[in-house]
Design a protein around this ligand. Sequence first.
Ligand code: SF4
Length: 302
Amino acid sequence: MIDKFYNEYMYTPMPEMHSEMIPVTQGCSYNKCLYCDLNYRQKFKVFDFEDIKTYIESRRRFYQDKRVKPTKFNLLEGNPLCLDTDFLLRIMKEINKNFSCKYISMFARTRDVLSKSDDQLLLLKNEKMDRLCLGLESGSDKVLSFQNKGTNLDDSLKACKKLERLGIKYSAYIMLGLGGRDLSKDHIEKTAFLLNQIHPFEIVIVTTVIFKRAGLAQKVRSKEFKRLSVRESILEERDLLEKLELETIFNASHKTNALILTGLIPNHKKKLLDKIDSHLEEYSKRDLVKLENKKWRVWDKE
Ligand code: SF4
C-alpha cells in the first residue's frame, strides 16, 4: 500500500529500518547534494494531510487483529523536518491517536534542526519525536562545500548540541570516500573532530556510491573527483575509527561498505580494528575489487 506513494524505493534511516514507515514527503526539499540520487529520482513533494491520515488509519486496521503492533514510527523521506511544525504535529497526533507509540523518527538536515525554535522542537518532542537521523556525512567544510551539501561543520555542531540540550536523541550518517583522494585526509580528521564533540546514539557509516545520473558522476568524468579504491576506503574507515573517542554504536553494516562491521565503541574498538586489519591482510587489492564487483552484480539483480 505504501507503493502508492513511491515510484521505486524509499529512503529509510538504517537505525529505524524496523519501524513502521509513514509516507509524509517524497524526495528532499534541498535536493542539491552532488552525490545524492534522490535529486533525479523524484521531485520533492509533500503528501496531503488527508492521504497521510487515511494511510495511518489503514495501518491501524491492518494491525488490529495482529499480536504484535508497531510502536516505533518513521516519517518518510529525505528531510520531513523541513515541514511546517503544525503540519508535523497533526501527523504525529494522528499516529499517537491510532497507536501506542514509543517514538517517531525521521531523516533531518542540520539546517532543518537549526531553523526550528526550541519551543517548536519541544512541541514535536512532546508528540514523541525522537531519534532523528542526521546526514552529517563529513566534518570537513572543504568536502561539504565540494559536494554542495549546503551545510558546514559549525551547523553540524550547533544542530547536534541543540538536540542534546533539548533531550532529543539522534543518529549520524558519515560517508567514507566523500572527499575523494584529494580531500581524504581532511575528511577523516575533521569528521573525527566533529564526532568527538557530539553524542549520537549511533554512527552509521556508508560508502560514497557514484550514481550514474548524480552530479558527482560528472565530476568523476571531468577528473575533479578522484574516487577512492576499495582498499583506500577501508583504510579511511580504519583511520576514522582509530581517532574516535566517543561512546556510541559504530554501525558500518550498510551494504555500500566493502567490509561489514558493527560494534560498540570504545569497548569493541580494538576488535573492530583487528577485523579491518585481518581483512586487509587476507585480501589483496585485486581480490577486494573482485569482491566489490561481485557484490554489485548481486545488488543489480535484487
Ligand atoms: S540533504 Fe540528503 S536527501 Fe537531500 S539532497 Fe542532500 S543527501 Fe540527498
